[in-house]
Write a protein that binds this ligand. Structure first.
Ligand code: KG4
Ligand code: ZN
Length: 347
């Protein structure tokens, strides 16, 4: 089954084709993918402007699908089904992909299904090498979400903990802004941190000993005060790098400790990390180091599948379509949607 995946929930227009008959190949079934990032468009404003995002998705969807079909050497008539991101995300941006996908499916007379963006992220490590097997704990860390989920099968998700305020990615983005680094902040903070000492400054680890929930909003004040005290926003490059490294280490340390706690709580020995922040190298290496101590393993998607992309939506769509699930002709997007509300896929 060839599934076209469409991702338009925020500032990336991602399209991909997943072919279930090619899963054993080196490509893991990924026939091809195209991605257009709106980073430059939003950089001037320091964050995503929803209306501009929607308009740009509309401009890009048709040229991108033509490019994708050419890359995959197939015609649109060979598409067997279409999966699009139905939520959570920016409503206008979601509607562009949903309407495009639903309309194309109608014209081609193939089924269509709306996919939960975070389920796309959660399942993305199953596409790569060394895929985990259910059950596992998943740490979902993106610009809008920080979630710890016990995943017992596709659609069988129990939320173990979540952020009560800012998401981990959002926290990286805000720290970057304070350090006068360009949007999106996460990768830029990580880059600056490479030259810094992670133990230079002691930043707080909020809610470390309180269950499995997270709180990152206090980090803003902590970083703000640190920059003020050290004049780190525009002066000494060494101080700036130390601030970035200490900040990154505080966030990563908190995430890692909660993951270890979650694995012990549900007695599982596999951790999957997904979402934009899972691209963070410090997070990956700290997890590898700490999980080895409790005989657990960590799994993540290839770097290009960590941030938003169409492949994860095509893959999640396939999981549900092959179980007979699909949506009717109505197009409805869900900007706020809890992952544990999804229907299970029976094995
Ligand atoms: O999953 P994603 O692409 O989009 C959302 O669904 O939100 O995640 C984007 C987030 C941004 O906040 C970005 O700063 C963060 O992921 N991010 C990173 C890294 N790469 C992306 N954060 C830390 N380190 C990175 N290397
Ligand atoms: Zn995402």
């Amino acid at each position: 089954m060839k599934v076209l995946g469409l991702e338009t929930s925020c500032d990336e227009t991602g399209l991909a084709i997943f072919d279930s008959e090619r899963m054993a190949d080196d490509s893991h079934g990924l026939l091809g993918q195209v991605l257009y990032s709106q980073i430059e468009l939003h950089a001037t404003y320091g964050g995503v402007v929803p209306e501009l995002a929607s308009r740009d998705h509309i401009r890009k969807l048709v040229p991108l699908i033509n490019e994708l079909l050419e890359q995959c050497h197939i015609s649109k008539q060979q598409i067997d089904a279409i999966a699009y991101t139905k939520g959570p995300g920016l409503i206008g941006a979601l509607m562009t992909g949903a309407l495009f996908g639903r309309t194309l499916a109608y014209a081609l007379d193939v089924p269509a299904i709306g996919i939960h963006h975070m389920e796309g992220h959660l399942l993305s490590p199953l596409i790569g090498d060394n895929p985990p097997k259910f059950p596992f704990v998943s740490l979902l860390v993106s610009g809008g979400h920080t979630l710890l989920v016990a995943a017992r099968g596709v659609g069988q998700y129990e939320i173990l903990g979540e952020s009560i305020d800012d998401a981990a990615g959002e926290c990286f983005d805000k720290a970057a802004k304070m350090l006068n680094l360009p949007y999106p902040g996460g990768p830029n903070v990580a880059k600056l941190a490479l030259d810094g000492n992670p133990n230079a400054y002691d930043l707080p680890r909020p809610m470390l000993h309180k269950g499995l929930d997270f709180s990152f909003s206090g980090m803003k004040t902590a970083v703000h005060n640190l920059i003020k005290d050290t004049k780190g926003s525009d002066d000494d490059p060494k101080i700036r790098a130390d601030i970035a490294a200490s900040f990154q280490h505080a966030v990563v340390d908190t995430l890692v400790k909660k993951c270890v706690k979650a694995l012990k709580q549900v007695q599982m020995n596999q951790l999957v990390i997904a979402g934009g922040v899972s691209a963070n190298i410090h997070l990956r290496s700290m997890l590898e180091q700490e999980l080895a101590k409790i005989n657990a393993t960590v799994h993540y998607a290839p770097l290009e599948l960590c941030t938003d992309n169409g492949a994860m939506i095509a893959f999640a769509g396939y999981q549900r379509l092959q179980a007979g699930q699909c949506d009717d002709l109505a197009v409805s997007c869900v900007p706020r949607w809890h992952i544990d509300e999804l229907p299970a896929v029976k094995e």
